[in-house]
Design a protein around this ligand. Structure first.
Ligand SMILES: [Zn+2]
Length: 85
């Protein structure tokens, strides 16, 4: 059993999510939608930057417009954090 709203798993015998007050669904929660990558999606590059502020700004705009997006190459940011020079 699982809650379709918060995705918490419950044992058999429960019928309602204690947090969300919604009926539980049988089985296991489906995988996160973000884990599903549709290879037919037409991805477009809208921004290439090393500037974290620009990146956050772009991400914020996309979120406001409810446009799904992927950020690639974030590992480069991690490396920059270790050695800024
Ligand atoms: Zn819930």
């Amino acid at each position: 059993m699982y809650c379709p709203t918060c995705r918490v798993e419950y044992r058999e015998g429960f019928t309602e999510c204690a947090d969300c007050r919604v009926s539980l669904l049988p089985g296991m929660p489906p995988p996160e939608p973000s884990l599903h990558f549709d290879p037919n999606l037409d991805l477009v590059v809208i921004l290439e930057t090393n500037n974290r502020i620009q990146l956050a700004l772009a991400a914020g705009l996309l979120e406001d417009a409810e446009i799904p997006y992927f950020v690639l190459g974030q590992i480069a940011t991690l490396v920059t954090d270790v050695d800024p020079f």
